[in-house]
Every structure is written in structure tokens, then in C-alpha cells.
Write a protein that binds this ligand. Structure first.
Ligand code: SDX
Length: 427
């Protein structure tokens, strides 16, 4: 099949260079830049990589214009309605929905790895009581590599797989320990007699003095939230995991790097920032009008948290599902209906505002998620930990895909040097 190419002409010297055009299953193709520097003497310049494809991936596809999100080809709304988080984990890791026996074996494997070394308890108890749970999570996940010397050979597919299973299994346990330490509560051991999400909620909220009563409504809401946060293509934290892993770093260190990147308020930290913003409107007398005016004011660093997206220039399909979840569940979960109503009013106000419409700024996954998490009695400083717990499967699936990619090599971007011209040290 003849290669499709594009011709680049350098108008400073009339030289032309043919570059190959690469096409995928869905979405825009890419211009292959191999040979660009050799042919033209130039690199490309793309701050924030907004126009750069960093890899070929078959895990997730996003159509930002139409607000479409597919995991291994399955639309996110169908997965949220019909699947389970653990089944989505299998799908992201292995590329297909599991047969019954495959799912049963996978579930059993994950259950057998939910416990952590007892020293992890001492490790977490070493943090101050008021340490931010994300600080504890970054440190603890990175430290996991000090416990698993038996499976750190990244060139061994079995080691890669057992590390993926350990991370998926242990993140809920570690996340609950971060919360329990913060609250001065005893750590709860995992209970393999209940489901993945139920186990997490039990480790978070059970007290040894009495039997824990599960809430199927709350568990279902959290299951859907976890599915919606499981993966999202080459976002900042996933790209961080790939870049960290591209040097050969072990999976625990690579995932810890992803957790660190997710923590930023422009990324996974936005869910906490949204609630702070809504409460500021509710409690400080700020109005929706003044909040929107601040978000539009170029002299004010404030942005409307939970709005906008590098890829979605339409509604984030996940935000739509979570908003629907709010409508369904707030009454059942005794959730904060006024805060949800305020969020709806804010969304409505932006739909009628030229600034937001011109820039195609719509609610993203973080805009409504905090309202559901609060209704589940998850404290605000745990919101990004919840995001990290759900996203771990996406991160490790991309890490695995990268190691199976024949084109994989260490990531090393270039730059435009704008510093001093060469000069001699004063004699
Ligand atoms: C996540 O990448 C992913 O997939 C991430 C994620 C995932 O699942 O992994 O989807 C999760 O991180 C969602 C995003 C959560 N962050 C927030 O809600 C923080 C608020 N949003 C913004 O910070 C911003 O929208 C970003 C960071 C999300 C996207 O930034 P971009 O793509 O760099 O957009 P930009 O800065 O180029 O903005 C374009 C214009 C600018 O105005 P002009 O200079 O053209 O006049 O839109 C404005 C921006 O000032 N703008 C906003 C705004 N977001 C963009 N103005 C007010 N409020 C906002 N939220």
C-alpha cells in the first residue's frame, strides 16, 4: 500500500521534505516526524504537547468535538450502565471483555493481593496526622517497590502483570489507610468476602466495635464513579507515567509519578477545587455573576474549576453521567442538594455566556464529581485520592502497553534555547 505523505516546504531555501501521514482507527491522523531534523534541521515546537501524538495506543479514544469516550471501543455510557469497575479493569488491561471464567480468575487474583505488608502501616503512621492524603499516597505507592523485589524486572511480562494486579488490588487498601491515619482511626483489613468497591467502603468507614452495614446505593454510585475515572488517553498524569516508565523505572515508581502529576488543581485536583469554589459562592456571598466575571478576567488567575478541557470542546460525557447520578442519588444519599442546584445554575449561566461558548468551555469530569463524593461521606482532601485509586488501572494499562510497543524508547523532548549566547568565564 503506497504511503500517504505530506510535503513540507522550507520557504527560506525552497527545499521540500516528504513526511509520512499515519492514520488510526478513529480520529485525526498524525504527521510522522522521523527524519524531520535530518531533512530540515528543525525540531517542532508544541508547548503542552496539545498537537503532538506521543504514542500509538489502542486503549482509549476521545472525540473532543463530539464528546465521545471509548475504552477498547466500548462507549463510556454503556460501560457505566452495564459493566463493573473490575470488569473495566480487565478490559483496559487485556483489551477485551472477560469471559465468565476469565473474570472469575481475575477477581480472585485481585482479591488475593488486597493486603499490604504490615510495615506499610508503620510507614503511613510515620506521617503527621494532618498530612494531606495525596502526600501519603504518593510516598506510599512509591515505597511499594521496596517490598516487591521478586517482581521488578520490567522486561519480564509476568513481573509486569503481577505488578499491575498488585497495584489495582492494593490502592483501595492504601487509600483507606491514608484516610484512617488522618482521622486517627484503626486501619481495617480487607475483606475478600465482599466486592471490590464494597471492600474499599468497608475499609474506609467500618469501625471494629460494630458490624459494618453496606449501602448498595452508595456502592453503585462509587462503582460508576470509578468506571468514569478509570482511563482517559494521554492526559498529563498518564503521559507522566509513560515518560517515567520509559526510562525503565519500576511500575510502582512510575505510578507514584502519575499520582504526583494528578495532584495539580489543573488536573485531578480540580474536583476538590470545585467544591471550594461552590462553597465560596455559597458562604462568602460571592454570586454566580461575580464568580464568572473573575473567571473571565485576564488579570485574575482564578479559573472556573471543573470547566474546560484540552480535548473536549463539547460536554465531557463523564460529566453528563455524573450530573445524572447526582439527580438520581442525592435524595437517597442525603446529599447536598443546594450545592448541586448551585452547580446546575453555574453550568446554565456559562451556557448563556459568550466567553465560555466562544472558547467551548463545558463542565468536565471534575465539575460534579465532588458532589457525589461528598454524598458518599468522602472528605474533600480525599477527592483526588479517589481519582488516583480509580485511574491506577488506566496508568498501569498504558505502562504495560508502552512496554509491549516495539517503537517504545526513552522519552526525551527537545527545546528552543533562548538563553545567553556562548560566552567565556571572566578571566
Ligand atoms: C482533568 O486531559 C485529561 O483528559 C484530564 C482529565 C482526565 O480524565 O485525565 O479529563 C481530568 O484534568 C479535567 C480538567 C480539570 N481541570 C479543571 O477543571 C481546571 C479548570 N480548567 C482549566 O484550568 C483548563 O480548562 C484546563 C487546564 C482543563 C485546560 O486548559 P487548556 O487546554 O490549556 O486551555 P487554555 O488554557 O488554552 O484555555 C483556552 C482559553 C483561555 O482563554 P484565552 O487566553 O483564549 O482568552 O480558555 C480559557 C483560558 O483562559 N479557559 C478558562 C478556563 N479554562 C480555559 N477560563 C476560565 N475558566 C476555565 N476553567
Amino acid at each position: 500500500m503506497t504511503k500517504k505523505t505530506i510535503t513540507l516546504t522550507d520557504n527560506t531555501n525552497g527545499n521540500s521534505t516528504e513526511l509520512e501521514l499515519l492514520e488510526g482507527t478513529h480520529g485525526p491522523g498524525c504527521i510522522s516526524l522521523s527524519g524531520l531534523y535530518k531533512e530540515t534541521g528543525y525540531f517542532t515546537y508544541d508547548p503542552g504537547y496539545s498537537m503532538t501524538g506521543s504514542c500509538k495506543s489502542s486503549i482509549t479514544f476521545i472525540n473532543g468535538e463530539e464528546g465521545i469516550l471509548l475504552h477498547r471501543g466500548y462507549p463510556i455510557d454503556q460501560l457505566a450502565e452495564k459493566s463493573s469497575y473490575l470488569e473495566v479493569c480487565y478490559l483496559l488491561l487485556y483489551g477485551a471483555l472477560p469471559a465468565e471464567n476469565e473474570f472469575s480468575e481475575f477477581s480472585s487474583t485481585i482479591k488475593n493481593h488486597t493486603m499490604v505488608h504490615e510495615n506499610i502501616r508503620d510507614f503511613i503512621n510515620g506521617f503527621r496526622y494532618d498530612a494531606h492524603p495525596m502526600a501519603m499516597l504518593v510516598g506510599t505507592v512509591g515505597a511499594l517497590s521496596s517490598f516487591y523485589h521478586d517482581s521488578l524486572d520490567i522486561n519480564n511480562p509476568k513481573h509486569r502483570e503481577i505488578s499491575a494486579h498488585r497495584l489495582i488490588a492494593k490502592l483501595p487498601t492504601i487509600a483507606s489507610y491514608c484516610y484512617r491515619h488522618h482521622r486517627g482511626l484503626p486501619f481495617m483489613y480487607p475483606d475478600n468476602n465482599v466486592g471490590y468497591v464494597e471492600n474499599f467502603m468497608q475499609m474506609m468507614f467500618a469501625v471494629p466495635a460494630q458490624e459494618y452495614v453496606h449501602s448498595p446505593v452508595a456502592a453503585k454510585a462509587l462503582e460508576i464513579m470509578m468506571i468514569l475515572h478509570a482511563d482517559h488517553e494521554q492526559n498529563a498524569s498518564t503521559s507522566t507515567v509513560r515518560l517515567a516508565g520509559s526510562s525503565g523505572a519500576n511500575p510502582f515508581a512510575s505510578i507514584a509519578a502519575g499520582i504526583a502529576s494528578l495532584w495539580g488543581p489543573a488536573h485531578g485536583g480540580a474536583n476538590e477545587a470545585v467544591i471550594n469554589m461552590l462553597e465560596a459562592i455559597e458562604q462568602s456571598g460571592e454570586t454566580i455573576e461575580t464568580t464568572i466575571a473573575r473567571a473571565k478576567d485576564k488579570n485574575d488567575p482564578f479559573r472556573l474549576m471543573g470547566f474546560g478541557h484540552r480535548v473536549y470542546k463539547n460536554f465531557d460525557p463523564r460529566a453528563k453521567i455524573i450530573a445524572g447520578l447526582c439527580h438520581e442519588l442525592l435524595a437517597d444519599l442525603d446529599g447536598d442538594q443546594p450545592l448541586f442546584n448551585l452547580a446546575l445554575e453555574l453550568e446554565q449561566a456559562t451556557l448563556n455566556d459568550e466567553y465560555f461558548q466562544e472558547r467551548k468551555l463545558y463542565p468536565n469530569v471534575d465539575f460534579y464529581s465532588g458532589i457525589i463524593l461528598r454524598a458518599l461521606n468522602i472528605p474533600m482532601n480525599m477527592f483526588t485520592v479517589m481519582f488516583a485509586m480509580a485511574r491506577t488501572v488506566g496508568w498501569i494499562s498504558h505502562w504495560m502497553e508502552m512496554h509491549n510497543d516495539p517503537e517504545y524508547r526513552i522519552g526525551r523532548p527537545r527545546q528552543i534555547y533562548t538563553g545567553h549566547a556562548k560566552r567565556d568565564y571572566p578571566s
